[in-house]
Design a protein around this ligand. Structure first.
Ligand SMILES: *Cc1c(COP(=O)(O)O)cnc(C)c1O
Length: 353
């Protein structure tokens, strides 16, 4: 294993069994709930060889040591679970709706004191840091694709001794490496780009801090938020092609941003300049926007993102989505289909209104 390999190579070589005659090229799916006594694992809630293989692969991409969880939300919940009751947390006032729902409920119940900030405003975020235990950052944000100045925020937090966690689901390690910038934890919804085939839910946390790793491992073991071995195997299989898929989808996205920006029925296109998610606003009502989503034939009208299949949806169809997200906003997860086919589907769907 070499950390100085390029990501495109590591994604293919990482997490393989040791080489010996007739050893398998790929890890197996270790389907067992228990182990013969005398070893370091002991029971299936504490460890599994298939998880180890996946975790080794994510560690090569993101750095640090990794823990796989049953979903992205399980991974995020593990981070919040190790904070003391009432701990002050700085977090974005808009972001992935599941995280916003969780943080709002923690804040209302007093489990955490959440200071919601506009992550684009670096001074405001730094101003809210005093006495905080953790700053939780998502950049780009889901679904508005706002960018936080991660290097500035991480260095300000570290000077104040505040823990930093970054949700790197949208940017992926091909675009940014939060641990290398000094973050304590990098999180993924492995469900999305890393797995990439819309067939598995999983999450991960990676950290360079052995004491923090131990606490997060205990949280996973005793909250029981563990992935299934088969899902871990599928996720690792997905990682083999993650750079290929991401680069192709990103190339498609850049082309579609140009096309969408010139379309009369599109009033605004949000795209951070990288990645494979585009959020655009339809020049029309919420109902018309809904009709556009219902009128595609290639692009699936479905939530989620990061798969080989293009998907889109009007985010505000979810009652839990933040009111700061425009009613006419469509989040498009660009897949790996031929870009001409994606564009002609978008054009035809837009012509339905
Ligand atoms: C999907 C998503 C999550 C939640 O992950 P699940 O695997 O669905 O639990 C968290 N953060 C971001 C940015 C996401 O897109």
């Amino acid at each position: 294993m070499s950390k100085d390999r390029n990501i495109e190579t590591s994604a293919i070589t990482a997490g393989r069994p040791e080489v010996s005659p007739d050893a398998s090229l790929n890890p197996g799916v270790e389907l067992t709930s228990t182990f013969h006594s005398g070893g370091p694992i002991g029971y299936g809630r504490y460890g599994n060889q298939t998880w180890n293989a996946l975790e080794a692969a994510i560690s090569e991409l993101e750095g640090g040591q990794t823990l796989a969880f049953s979903s992205g939300m399980a991974a995020i919940s593990a981070v919040f679970s190790i904070l003391p009751v009432g701990a002050p947390v700085v977090a974005s006032n808009q972001g992935y709706s599941g995280v916003m729902t969780l943080l709002n409920s923690f804040h209302e119940s007093g489990r955490l004191e959440v200071r919601f900030v506009d992550v684009v405003n670096t001074d405001e975020v730094i101003g809210a840091m005093k006495g905080a235990a953790l700053i939780w950052l998502e950049s780009p944000t889901n679904p508005c694709l706002d960018i936080a100045d991660l290097p500035a925020l991480i260095s300000a937090a570290k000077k104040l001794g505040i823990g930093v966690g970054v949700d790197n689901t949208f940017a992926t390690p091909l675009v940014q490496n939060p641990l290398a910038m000094g973050a304590d934890i990098v999180m993924h919804s492995v469900t999305k780009f890393l797995s990439g085939h819309s067939d598995v839910l999983m999450g991960s946390l990676s950290t360079n801090d052995p004491a923090l790793f131990k606490r997060l491992h205990e949280s996973r073991s005793f909250n029981g938020s563990i992935p299934g071995p088969f899902e871990a195997w599928l996720a690792l299989r997905g990682i083999r092609t993650f750079p290929l898929r991401f680069n192709k989808a990103q190339e498609n996205a850049k082309y579609l941003v140009e096309k969408l920006s010139g379309h009369a029925k599109v009033s605004r296109v949000r795209y951070p300049g990288f990645g494979a998610v585009i959020s655009f606003e339809v020049a029309g009502t919420a109902e018309e926007t809904q009709k556009v989503c219902d009128s595609s034939h290639l692009i699936a009208h479905a939530t989620s993102l990061g798969g080989v299949e293009s998907l889109w949806e009007r985010r505000r169809r979810w009652p839990m989505e933040s009111a700061t997200v425009p009613e006419q906003l469509i989040r498009l997860s660009v897949g790996c289909e031929h870009v001409d086919d994606i564009w002609s589907d978008i054009e035809s769907a837009l012509s339905a209104i």
